[in-house]
Design a protein around this ligand. Sequence first.
Ligand SMILES: [Zn+2]
Length: 74
Amino acid sequence: MKNFYCSIFGHKYEVSKKVTYHVKEYSCKHCNEQLTTDGNGRLTPLTPKFKEINSVLERIHKKKVKRRALILDR
Ligand SMILES: [Zn+2]
């Protein structure tokens, strides 16, 4: 998936999705290669396994945010 630009200049990653406060998904502007943050805060290729983990994390995170909002509402 590496294109010519990336092999010379390296990937240009942008945040494509915020999963939680600490975990984000990134994609390269030029070749769409995807990365994510793993449990240790390091960047790792976004494999189907990590996509699955992230979708679970996202669901938990959204629930937490919602609960916090409800508490603040009172
Ligand atoms: Zn790239």
